[in-house]
Write a new protein. Structure first.
Length: 138
C-alpha cells in the first residue's frame, strides 16, 4: 500500500505575525491623518457661520448705514436676531461680534479636539477670514 503524503495547509505563525505588523504600521500612519481630517471638518462650521454673519452684516449695513449686534455673543443654540443668524444647538463654537458704524469683527472660538488650545477664527467687514489660533495643528 502506498501512503499518501498529507499536505498541511494554513499559515505559519511567522506569516501571521508579519501581517499583524504590517496592519499596525498602516494604522499608525492612517489614524493621525484621519484625526486631522476630522478636526479640519469641524472647522468648516466656523467658516460657514462667519461667512453667513459677514453676508448679513453687509445687508444690515446697506439698510441702516452701520453694522449691527455690537458686543453680542451667541453660544450654541443662540442667535444674532438683528442679523437673522441662528447658531445650531450642537455647534462647537461660540460667536462674538464687535461692530461700529464702518467696521465689524466677528469671532468664532471653540475647542474642537479637547486639548488646552482654542480654535479661533475671525472675519471682518472686508470679508477677510483668518484662523488666528489653529487647534487642528496643535
Amino acid at each position: 500500500m502506498r501512503q499518501r503524503k498529507r499536505r498541511e495547509s494554513g499559515f505559519t505563525l511567522i506569516e501571521l505575525m508579519i501581517v499583524v505588523v504590517i496592519i499596525g504600521i498602516l494604522a499608525a500612519m492612517a489614524i493621525p491623518r484621519w484625526m486631522a481630517a476630522t478636526t479640519k471638518t469641524k472647522q468648516s462650521e466656523a467658516k460657514q457661520i462667519l461667512k453667513q454673519i459677514y453676508t448679513m452684516q453687509r445687508t444690515y449695513h446697506a439698510l441702516y448705514n452701520t453694522y449691527g449686534e455690537n458686543g453680542v455673543t451667541a453660544a450654541p443654540g443662540g442667535a444674532f436676531p438683528n442679523l437673522g443668524v441662528e447658531i445650531m444647538a450642537d455647534a462647537r463654537y461660540t460667536y462674538d461680534i464687535v461692530a461700529a458704524a464702518a467696521t465689524f469683527t466677528a469671532t468664532a472660538t471653540g475647542n474642537i479636539d479637547d486639548d488646552a488650545t482654542d480654535d479661533v477664527w475671525t472675519i471682518d467687514q472686508d470679508g477677510a477670514l483668518l484662523n488666528t489660533s489653529d487647534d487642528a495643528t496643535t
